[in-house]
Design a protein. Structure first.
Length: 468
């Protein structure tokens, strides 16, 4: 059993956590013709938008109710109602996501009541769906806020039904915050290889994959899951849940529709991919395509090639619980040892990590634990760059945010091919860190360097060779 070490410090040093409001907004960005509107101050929204723009390197549609000092003390009800009216009147979105922030939660705002008041005042906007979700940024993290938003989307947009299997080749896929747009594309391709049509919720692989359009600007999301597809999720033959953080959302979908589900903590590494592929084969009643069999064989070959570098490699991990679960399985599957793991929040999946201890804390906790256990590789977001430099070990960038490398948001981690590339990247980082042992020089040798031999600096040479 993994030991969970809870936070004891009164503050965060080099924080690891991103807010739950940010996570909820990210989930809404995976819906088509949608826009999140944070209920809070302009600074809260601007700060989140900077994170998204630096990570995805795309324009991000994000609005705010713009609470000022007067609204904070007196009442912010008018901010919400007028904000919803303005968005509906000017942009005509299909869906508006309404996550709260720490400021509005501290004030005690009842967003459910405000939506009812908005509907009563402006019945002409009934075609626009509004999805409220309580995500105070002083509680939870990006992953938990994302999961709460997915749960709220299902509660609001999926009707209660009993039409399971009406669409015989359709499957639902609930995708956690740990999945990148590249991961979404891999999962969709796998489903299509078996002749299945996947309804992804949310579909960041369609909205934030990084593609150009003819229009110079759009105030709404460019792609994502259509509202009509979400409403028809009750007609699918099964739901595939990727990420333990979405278990509550999966429970909600199953209770409303009766669609059976299959749950996976992650899809990283050989065993998890095998389990997922066998599930798809069973749902489609079809054999595994030769293409996928070949990709599996390529991963096995990569595990053999990289085992000299990955075997007994001491690794330190920092990230959200779902990402830690996937990375832990991938690393231990190739012989590595996780000597330090830090998560910003507590989650049940942490108890299943292949590591002795997990810290609920920040990057300072990771750095101290990695140093005490002589870690050789660090895996984390771009915020971990300085920690890796101080530890003098390489960093494999994963998670959110990734702002100092191009294409990090689009990189896939799930599937056989992605696991193969991850192993190669890890092995190459280890090789780059390796330094050859200087050539031995006998104390009896007094001549100059032999042919093709570079002389050592005097400070590194044997004391008997230092000339005075």
């Amino acid at each position: 059993m993994t030991e969970i070490l809870k936070r004891k410090k009164p503050l965060s040093v080099n924080p690891l956590k991103a807010s739950s409001t940010l996570g909820a907004s990210l989930a809404f960005l995976g819906l088509r013709r949608a826009i999140p509107m944070m209920h809070g101050s302009q600074g809260c929204t601007a700060f989140g938008k900077v994170f998204f723009v630096r990570h995805f390197r795309e324009p991000i549609p994000l609005q705010t109710t713009a609470m000022d000092h007067v609204a904070t003390v007196m009442s912010s009800d008018e901010n919400v109602i007028e904000g919803l009216r303005t968005l509906c009147d000017k942009n005509h979105p299909d869906v508006i996501g309404l996550p709260t922030t720490g400021l509005s939660e501290t004030q005690g705002t009842d967003i459910q009541r405000l939506i009812r008041e908005f509907r009563a005042h402006y019945p002409q906007f009934e075609q626009t769906a509004i999805v409220p979700v309580n995500t105070p940024d002083f509680s939870g993290s990006l992953e938990s806020g994302f999961a709460q938003a997915v749960d709220a989307i299902i509660e609001t947009l999926v009707p209660v039904s009993s039409h399971v299997g009406r669409r015989r080749r359709q499957v639902n896929v609930l995708a956690s915050a740990a999945l990148t747009p590249g991961d979404i594309e891999v999962i969709r391709d796998w489903c299509e290889d078996f002749g299945l049509r996947a309804v992804m919720l949310p579909d960041l692989g369609d909205s934030l994959d990084g593609h150009l359009i003819e229009a110079e600007h759009t105030p709404l999301t460019l792609g994502g899951t259509q509202r009509e597809e979400i409403a028809a999720m009750g007609e699918s033959i099964a739901t595939l849940v990727i990420g333990a953080s979405l278990n509550n959302a999966a429970n909600t979908l199953r209770s409303r529709t009766g669609v059976p589900d299959f749950r996976f903590d992650h899809l990283m590494g050989l065993d998890a991919c095998d389990q997922f592929i066998q599930t798809l084969a069973g749902l489609a009643d079809a054999a595994v395509p030769a293409k996928i069999e070949r990709q599996r064989a390529q991963l096995q070959d990569a595990m053999v090639d990289a085992h000299f570098m990955t075997g007994f490699l001491r690794v330190a991990l920092a990230g959200e619980p779902d990402l830690l679960a996937g990375m832990g399985a991938l690393l231990t599957g190739c012989g590595a040892e996780i000597v330090a793991a830090v998560s910003p929040i507590m989650a049940d999946v942490l108890n299943r990590l292949p590591v002795a201890q997990v810290h609920i804390g920040d990057l300072q906790d990771l750095e101290e634990t990695a140093c005490s256990h002589a870690a050789q590789l660090l895996i984390g977001s771009s915020h971990a760059v300085q920690s890796a430099e101080r530890l003098e070990i390489p960093l494999l960038r994963a998670g959110f945010p990734l702002y100092d490398r191009l294409g990090g948001f689009a990189r896939p981690w799930v599937g056989y091919r992605a696991a193969r590339q991850a192993l190669f990247d890890i092995a190459n980082l280890v090789l780059e860190q390796h330094h050859d042992t200087p050539a031995y020089r006998s104390v009896f040798w007094s001549g100059g360097p032999r042919e093709h031999e570079v002389p050592l600096p005097a400070s590194q040479a044997h004391p008997g060779l230092v000339r005075h």
